[in-house]
Write a protein that binds this ligand. Structure first.
Ligand code: UDX
Ligand code: ADP
Length: 461
């Protein structure tokens, strides 16, 4: 069959995989190929056991795979054959040299740009999908056009705003799609070609265009704003715990102001995920680079409050459990960085587990979807740690439960049964405020929510 367009995506990860699967699903007239340097990942994408868990993804892949969606390791061939190349390789925080711990590590991007140049025999549109610091498109253009071989490359920025756990929904029905380009004739033409692809299923008014630097910056700023809301409400949770105010009531009161809005105001043990911290640190690094120290410090505060919130959670456990956790058994209820994903990147549970182990607590980790990753994350932890799929078995004999992930199944657990099996006094630290605290208190638990008065059976001092 002759396809109308041939699209390639380099990098079959959390972004590339679902995004391309949805494009292929919505546009059977295009051939969509996803390549990756990791053959195991590609083999998984070609099997029934996909490398990432995402509600609805398996169905979308099943419908399109083999028809117009292909997963392959043949990167060079893919580059030669396609007109549009999305790049969604990983851009982790640099761990070495200048900007270590802050700047984006662009080595995978750099390599990909060189590979594209080497294997291209016709004009191409290159689409930045990974989150990148501002002005990366320019670096890409420079690498691509270093030898004058008569091939035209137009670089576009098309940041992905999907959230894990709702990726398919977000891709099928996004709030907006953003496409940035050079404002030259050929840049604008390339921009229009990408608009056409999305317009197959997204209303035109939700596809917005801008200059390329605005587009790159918008992605960093979008994540910084979202994370800032969480750090704002988490900072308020600390003052609620001191004053007797209830953070949920405060969030409700401020969220009903339509200028503020009610979403993303859930106080928690802290935000995690692969994007928030990385993108904010990127923004901070960028500001410092441009000598904007005050702006850098402002955004750095969002990450600092997040670190503070995680540490506060541990200290609260320590203080309320009579200032010693040594030899006490703690059930970590949930390990994923949020519900409906098996992803644990930057999950607050990693920090909490390490800190509790430092206090010589014994840990039992449970999670419906993330145990495999948890085992990797805690490899080499200095302490006694075990992993258990069944939450009832995990809590058995524990002194405390620490809720780390807002899994729906946890709301329906039989806490009466759990209480009976625990060491007394039994504690629950609800890092997500998802449980019925009054009910737990009446069962006999000492309950410590985030940003709300604790419910304890101990006599007041
Ligand atoms: C985020 C952005 O939402 C998405 O637009 C971007 O493309 C990638 O980064 P993601 O990391 O998948 O997506 O998850 P998100 O739902 O944003 O949650 C991030 C973290 O914040 C999670 O740990 C979550 O539990 C926490 N969170 C979220 C809160 O603690 N409180 C809230 O009110 C909302
Ligand atoms: P993200 O969350 O941004 O999608 P992931 O780490 O999940 O990040 O995915 C990035 C993917 O890119 C990985 O599967 C990795 O193997 C792949 N990758 C990295 N460098 C290259 C490269 N030069 N060519 C092809 N694939 C690459």
């Amino acid at each position: 069959m002759d396809f109308e367009k041939k699209i390639l995506c380099i990098g079959a990860g959390y972004v590339g995989g679902p995004t391309m699967a949805v494009i292929a699903n919505k546009c059977p007239q295009y051939k969509v190929t996803i390549v990756d340097i990791n053959p195991e990942r590609i083999a998984q994408w070609n099997s029934d056991d996909l490398p990432i868990y995402e509600p609805g993804l398996a169905q979308v892949v099943k419908e399109a795979r083999g028809r117009n969606l292909f997963f392959s390791t043949e990167i060079d061939k893919g580059i030669r054959e396609s007109e549009i190349i999305f790049v969604s390789v990983n851009t982790p925080t640099k761990t070495f040299g200048a900007g270590a711990g802050m700047a984006a590590d662009l080595q995978y991007w750099d390599k990909t740009a060189r590979q594209i140049r080497e294997h291209s025999t016709s004009d191409k549109i290159i689409v930045e999908k990974s989150t990148l610091p501002v002005r990366t498109a320019q670096a890409m253009e420079r690498i691509l056009t270093v030898d004058d071989n008569g091939i035209r490359f137009d670089v576009l920025s098309n940041p992905e705003f999907l959230a894990e756990g709702t990726a398919i929904k977000d891709l099928e029905n996004p709030d907006r799609v953003l496409i940035g380009s050079r404002e030259t004739r050929s840049g604008l033409k390339a921009r229009e070609e990408l608009v056409e692809i999305y317009a197959n299923w997204i209303p035109r008014e939700r596809i917005i265009t801008s200059n390329i630097w605005s587009s790159e910056l918008s992605k960093l700023v979008a994540n910084a704003f979202l994370a800032q809301r969480i750090s704002s409400i988490n900072s308020v949770s600390a003052i609620c715990e001191k004053t007797g105010a209830d953070v949920t009531e405060v969030a409700r009161a401020i969220g009903m102001d339509s200028r503020v809005g009610d979403r993303f105001l859930n106080a928690s043990v802290g935000f995690g995920g692969s994007c928030f911290k990385k993108d904010i640190l990127n923004l901070v690094y960028l500001c410092r680079n441009y000598d904007l120290e005050e702006v850098a410090k402002y955004w750095e505060g969002v990450v600092k409050i997040n670190d503070y919130q995680k540490e506060r959670f541990v200290l609260n456990m320590l203080n309320t459990m009579f200032n010693t956790l040594a030899g006490k058994k703690v059930c970590i209820l949930g390990f994923a960085f949020k519900a409906d994903t098996g992803d644990t990147r930057e999950s607050p549970a990693i920090f909490i587990a390490n800190r509790l182990a430092e206090e010589n607590a014994e840990l039992v980790i449970t999670d419906p979807n993330a145990l495999k990753n948890a085992i990797k994350d805690l490899d080499g932890i200095d302490g006694k740690v075990s992993f258990e799929e069944d939450p009832y078995k995990a809590a058995d004999g524990c002194d405390a439960i620490a809720v780390m992930t807002e899994w729906d199944v946890y709301k329906g657990l039989d806490f009466e049964r759990i209480y009976q099996s625990m060491t007394k006094p039994a504690f629950i630290f609800d890092g997500r405020n998802i449980l019925d605290h009054q009910k737990l208190y009446h069962i006999g638990f000492n309950v410590f929510p985030i940003g709300k008065p604790a419910l304890t059976h101990f006599e007041a001092e």
